[in-house]
Ligand binder design. Structure first.
Ligand SMILES: *[C@@H]1O[C@H](CO)[C@@H](O)[C@H](O)[C@H]1NC(C)=O
Ligand SMILES: *[C@@H]1O[C@H](CO)[C@@H](O)[C@H](O)[C@H]1NC(C)=O
Length: 289
């Protein structure tokens, strides 16, 4: 069964390579799209400004944010995480409306671990102030050995978190069932690297080993296709934006298979099935994909 699934994934990766992705790839430097939000001294530009390195040491972590805010789109980033002993560190890559009470937020958080123990990726979805929707997966590869692509597809129909070409999470628009959706506010794109050893690794039991510092995370090939706000008002509702077009309104059969594979084999926590927190599964958990 596992081999069969790997075969399917291999075939579909091959098919993905053959598909002409209708994205508007453009060569860009980090500082054209982003600015530094926290500790300039800990962020270094590399490869002529097309890649960056974030540093965490006992004096500080650091972070950056996009200059623009977006309403719908496709956001992707290649990230290489801290190798070896990364316990207690968190690298976050997320979208955030920055509106306190009615916050919209889509999170990828990479929780470090002791050497040889798997990195965990935690995702969360806040829609109009309601969060508490954590899901966790252990990664099926070493995210510190190579760059991998982490992306979010966001349109009126659903939000999909991808790792490479594998959808790991789908949050459907079921506003019709009374569940708020992320569609009323624009969001910026953020990333931070910081010390979270009070909670991140084995619930806070594993602390950062500062003798291994400084810790580095690398980013490159940021690719943002989306409607900027403020921007042309007609953009947001256009269905001819590729990320909003019919093929992107639900998972295709190959994506659905990969999604089930990832969840069956790698999911370690899901708020949907946490009976202590949610005796009755929240409605979005029953919406299927
Ligand atoms: C950086 O830019 C210079 C000048 O344009 C070029 O010669 C060099 O190959 C570039 N380096 C990288 C790593 O892209
Ligand atoms: C770290 O490794 C332990 C032991 O394998 C595992 O239980 C845990 O889920 C991993 N991730 C985090 C963030 O603690």
């Amino acid at each position: 069964m596992a081999n069969f699934t790997y075969l399917l994934i291999t075939i579909s990766l091959f098919l993905d390579l053959m598909t002409v992705h209708p994205s508007t790839a453009r060569p860009t430097t980090f500082l054209q799209d982003f600015y530094i939000t926290w500790s300039e001294s800990h962020i270094k530009q590399m490869e002529n400004g097309t890649a960056i390195q974030l540093q965490l040491d006992p004096t500080s972590g650091c972070g950056f944010a996009s200059k623009n805010k977006y309403l719908f789109g496709h956001i992707s980033m290649k990230i290489k995480l801290i190798p070896g002993d990364s316990a207690g560190t968190v690298t976050a890559f997320y979208l955030n409306s920055n509106t306190n009470e009615i916050r919209d937020e889509l999170d990828f958080e990479f929780l470090g671990n002791r050497s040889g123990q798997p990195y965990t990726v935690q995702t969360n979805v806040f829609a109009r102030g309601k969060g508490n929707r954590e899901q966790r997966m252990n990664l099926w590869f070493d995210p510190a050995a190579e760059f991998h692509t982490y992306s979010v597809l966001w349109n009126q129909h659903h939000i999909v978190f991808f790792i490479d070409s594998v959808p790991i999470r789908v949050f459907k628009n079921i506003e019709s069932k009374g569940v708020p959706y992320v569609n009323s506010q624009s969001m910026g794109i953020y990333s931070t690297l910081w010390n979270a050893d009070d909670w991140a690794t084995r619930g806070g039991l594993e602390k950062i080993d500062w003798s291994k510092a400084p810790f580095y995370t690398y980013y490159k090939d940021f690719d943002i296709d989306g409607c900027t706000v403020p921007g042309p008002p007609s953009c947001t509702n256009k269905t001819n934006n590729w990320w909003a077009a019919p093929p992107y309104q639900q998972l295709d059969p190959i994506q659905s298979r990969k999604y089930r594979w990832a969840r069956l084999n790698h999911m370690i926590y899901d708020y949907c099935t946490d009976k202590t927190r949610n005796p009755v599964p929240p409605p979005e958990c029953l919406a299927g994909i």
